[in-house]
Design a binder for this molecule. Structure first.
Ligand code: PGA
Length: 267
């Protein structure tokens, strides 16, 4: 697991976006795994700027989102489909018919999960998966106790997640307690995984993910088993890590190596 510790949320967004831009330039028809939540928004802004500066085109890109609330339709303002349109898709040249978000209003959600898995498989799998992390270390809506081998399925949200997300819903508005989410096994099959976390309230989840045992009680710890997982965090989210100096040294060594190979650095 590569851990990159940066000064602040702006650097985290730039670093994450640069990885995605590099991936799309290398393979214009990349299959992206995308995430919602507050953390990816700044990275999406960077991607929009890169598109506007003609640095990257999304015209051949396909995407799969991690999750969607169950019980709300695509056009609901709080749906993750609406979020993706607003924060990214409406501002770049992606063909929306190439973008997939699990159907929150599926008549048969169980069957819809299997169809979602098949669609990912039929596209040749996800090249690069973006993740945020919950305070309880969930990835997607894989809450603690999720099987490390899980596939796309319906999950019950913990009260902590419901409370954390209540800020997006009006007081008397229906807030879903269930969601469709890619499984941890699905996420682990992505060729590269990029997890972004910022702020002190993520510090415990990050230390459990990076230093703790691999356990279903800390879903993000499964990334320790991935061959190409990059955890990009700011100083606040890194504040509880024991071996911060080592991670910083490792990043400097990687930087030197890349520069010696003629690669331009990200930040
Ligand atoms: P946040 O959510 O980026 O809004 O903190 C992350 C998550 O729950 O995955």
């Amino acid at each position: 697991m590569k851990v990159v510790i940066l000064k602040d949320a702006t650097e985290v967004a730039k670093y994450g976006a640069a990885i995605f831009v590099k991936q799309i330039k290398r393979k214009p028809s990349s299959v992206l795994g995308l995430a919602t939540g507050s953390t990816p928004v700044a990275m999406y802004e960077e991607l929009i700027s890169a598109y506007k500066n003609k640095d990257v085109s999304f015209s051949e890109v396909k995407s799969f989102n991690l999750d969607e609330y169950l019980g709300i339709a695509d056009d609901h303002p709080q749906s993750y489909r609406s979020f993706m349109n607003k924060e990214l898709f409406d501002h770049v040249d992606i063909d929306k018919s190439n973008t997939e978000v699990p159907p929150g209003d599926a008549e048969n959600p169980i069957e819809a999960c299997d169809i979602y898995e098949r669609k990912i498989f039929d596209c040749g799998g996800i090249d690069i998966q973006l993740l945020g992390i919950g305070r309880n270390a969930h990835i997607g809506f894989n809450e603690p106790s999720s099987s490390l081998g899980s596939r796309t399925r319906v999950k019950t949200l913990t009260q902590e997640t419901i409370d954390d997300n209540a800020r997006f819903f009006a007081k008397d508005e229906f807030q879903p307690h269930l969601a469709i989410t890619m499984g941890i096994g699905t996420i682990l099959e992505s060729k590269t995984v990029v997890l972004l976390a910022t702020g002190e309230n993520k510090a415990q989840a990050i230390v459990d993910t990076v230093q703790g045992p691999v356990t279903a009680h800390c879903p993000a710890s499964a990334l320790q088993l991935h061959r190409d997982a990059i955890v990009i965090i700011d100083e606040a989210a890194a504040s509880l890590l024991k071996n911060k100096d080592f991670f910083k040294k490792m990043e400097q060594e990687n930087m030197r190596l890349e520069e010696s190979l003629g690669n331009k650095r990200i930040v």
